[in-house]
Design a protein around this ligand. Structure first.
Ligand SMILES: Nc1nc2c(ncn2[C@@H]2O[C@H](COP(=O)(O)OP(=O)(O)OP(=O)(O)O)[C@@H](O)[C@H]2O)c(=O)[nH]1
Ligand SMILES: O=C([O-])CC(=O)C(=O)O
Ligand SMILES: [Mn+2]
Length: 632
């Protein structure tokens, strides 16, 4: 099998040496074969090809063990990539400072390389697959010289689960290896799943910074030329030049969203940028809710919600990605394919998300946060008042008088989900949980109300398709610019956006009466003074209460062209100090703003390809316009 022409996978298996370990050897787990692993022939051939291309000085097969994690973190501390935090405050935890030019996802360097451009669609950067591979091959040639190449077999979802998928990431970044160890399930049990008839995703990654013999390495190697390339038809990922988050932890956005969205389209399931929570009502009834918000728009926070409304309980299942598939009973079942959280640090604090703060008590990797003099971490919003002195995310002296933030706005924490105090007992259930409601939200300073229930599945898909949100620091580029972000998936759909809309409509047909109700939410509405009207965070439990009461048929909704809105006296705003006009803004329909929104939607739909846009969504748009026209 050639690296440049991957169409099928080989069938036989062979044995392969475990590893040539530059950092030292470690004891194998009791259940492991001590010196050899059974490696699928197709995998072995791919590794051989990649090794020949990238020319690493040695190859290490990773098993995801604690011993391996400890060796790698120790080596990175010695090398300067990680700083060990004071174990008294933050045991077994580390700070990584990335290069200032490698701090976020690079959407303009992210490519969908389908055979035809139309299959990537107008929202993706398209490149012809063979051309892209040829171009990338020149970059990957010798790119791992002087470095160790790690082979990381990983599972997205519980290993062997019916909704799970496996992949193998090859990387020359030990930071990526330890991050993958926290975010996915790595191990030899995954290797056993890679056989002739089981598909797996090869994920090739290099920071693109070969080391010449004798040269001193930098703390955060990367390459000014970055490529995050996806080959949806052959289910491959080639990522070059970045060591950061969604660019480099290839199980996450690249596999679990871009490649998985294509698998999902082909196989009748869904891969979404969603959180997943279990909600228990005061009466003890259990519901599961999935919610799609764009990057840095509140998924982790809602996933760890501490309700202020008495009697309600929210437990966490996932905070970023959800895979959903109709189960044997016809109901939509969902899993969190990840094993950890790669969460936004700034704004995450004791007043907004105590649960997240408690989750990262130890065993956490922090990236681009500030370092306290006592060897612990800090970032804006962790505590109400900053320490008198810090080293900022670039290692420079910082005081509260400094004009720049102490932590990078996209600083992150990486930690396993099992440390989360609010984790639900069924979070690793291989067959998933039944989804009772779906939420769509984003940062909308105007127009969109606090909550609205979609009229039916088709209208809900229209609401998802017309989502927009202000850009955040999660991606390189301007922040605070309102942009269309359908289903919070604009940067993550691995194919044509109009086809993705059609897939959502098709799933509605498959689910029929089992299709969960859809709601739109917006925590970010602003007043004329530019402040958020809604207090957000824990108080979002009031909206959750209204949504669950709608599911139970306990509260009414005022039917409007944009969906069912709360009756003012049925939305619990007691004690929030909101004025009547605030509440009216949060629960009202601004006719002029919505008419303008509808015009904007028409233009946007047109840009997605009039011939390809589902007729159903055009009908929904016409209905919205007609309904608005009739409003007083
Ligand atoms: N005003 C307001 N801000 C919020 C609310 N929920 C979250 N935020 C802020 O939004 C930012 C990002 O929140 P997260 O929950 O980490 O975002 P996410 O959607 O999980 O982001 P990704 O990991 O990038 O996909 C943080 O600074 C939060 O403090 C809310 O209800 N109101
Ligand atoms: O992928 C990343 O780097 C972090 C993330 O969750 C997002 O941007 O949505
Ligand atoms: Mn995300």
């Amino acid at each position: 099998m050639s690296l440049l022409d991957r169409t099928t996978q080989k069938t036989s298996t062979s044995t392969y040496p475990t590893r040539v370990d530059s950092v030292g050897s470690r004891p194998a787990r009791a259940s492991e074969t001590p010196t050899t692993l059974r490696i699928d022939a197709g995998l072995a051939a791919w590794i051989a090809d990649v090794t020949a291309l990238t020319e690493p000085s040695n190859v290490v097969w990773c098993d995801g063990s604690t011993a391996e994690y400890d060796l790698l973190t120790k080596a990175m501390v010695a090398q300067g990539t990680l700083i060990r935090l004071n174990p008294e405050w933050r045991p077994n935890s580390f700070l990584a400072r990335s290069d200032p030019a490698d701090v976020a996802r690079v959407e303009d360097r992210t490519f969908i390389c389908s055979t035809t451009e139309i299959d990537a669609g107008p929202t993706n950067n398209w490149r012809e697959p063979a051309e892209m591979k040829a171009e990338l091959t020149t970059h990957f040639r010798g790119s791992m010289r002087g470095r160790t190449m790690y082979v990381v077999p990983f599972s997205m979802g519980p290993v062997g689960g019916p909704l799970s998928q496996v992949g193998v990431q090859v990387t020359d970044s030990p930071y990526v290896v330890v991050s993958m160890a926290l975010m996915t399930r790595i191990g030899t049990d995954v290797l056993n799943l890679i056989t002739d008839d089981a598909p797996w995703v090869p994920a090739l990654h290099s920071v693109g910074a070969p080391l010449t013999p004798g040269a001193v390495d930098v703390a955060w190697p990367h390459n000014a030329s970055k490529y995050i390339a996806h080959f949806p038809e052959t289910r491959e990922i080639w990522s070059f030049g970045s060591g950061y988050g969604g660019n480099a932890l290839l199980g996450k956005k690249c596999f679990a969203l871009r490649i998985a969205s294509v698998m999902a389209r082909d196989e009748g399931w869904m891969a979404e940028h969603m959180l997943l929570v279990k909600i228990t009502s005061p009466e003890g009834r259990v519901y599961h809710v999935a919610a799609a918000f764009p990057s840095a728009c509140g998924k982790t926070n809602l996933a760890m919600l501490k309700p202020t409304v008495p009697g309600w309980k929210v437990e966490t299942i996932g905070d970023d990605i959800v895979w959903m598939r109709p189960g044997p009973d016809g109901k939509l079942r969902a899993i969190n394919p990840e094993r950890g959280f790669f969460g936004v640090a700034p704004g995450t604090g004791i007043e907004t998300n105590q649960t997240a703060v408690d989750t990262m008590w130890g065993n956490t990797i922090f990236t681009n946060v500030a370092l306290r003099d006592d060897g612990d971490v800090w970032w804006e919003g962790l505590t109400p008042t900053p320490p008198a002195h810090l080293l900022d995310w670039q290692g420079n002296d910082w005081t509260p008088a400094s004009s720049t933030p102490a932590a990078h706005p996209n600083a992150r924490f990486t930690v396993t989900a099992d440390q989360c105090p609010s984790i639900a007992e069924e979070w690793e259930s291989p067959e998933g949980v039944v989804v009772d409601a779906i939420l769509f939200g984003g940062r909308r300073p105007s127009t969109v109300p606090l909550v609205a229930q979609s009229k039916n599945w088709a209208h809900g898909v229209f609401v998802g398709a017309t989502m927009a949100s202000e850009t955040t620091a999660a991606a390189a580029g301007a922040v605070g610019r309102l942009r269309h972000d359908p289903f919070a998936m604009l940067p993550f759909v691995g194919y044509n956006m109009a086809d993705y809309f059609q897939h959502w409509l098709d799933m509605g047909d498959v689910l029929g009466e089992n299709a969960p109700p859809i709601f739109q939410v917006n925590w970010f509405r602003k007043n004329d003074a530019g402040s958020y009207i809604w207090p957000g965070f824990s108080e979002n439990s009031r909206v959750v209460e209204w949504i669950i009461r709608r599911l139970e048929g306990d509260v009414a909704a005022r039917q409007t062209p944009i969906g069912g809105l709360p009756l003012v006296h049925e939305l619990n705003v007691e004690g929030l100090g909101l004025s009547d006009s605030d509440v009216a803004t949060l629960t009202g329909v601004d006719k002029a703003a919505w008419l303008a929104e509808a015009d904007e939607t028409a233009t946007y739909f047109d840009s997605l390809g009039a011939d390809r846009m589902p007729e159903t969504l055009m009908t929904e748009l016409a209905r919205l316009r007609a309904g608005l026209a009739k409003l007083a």
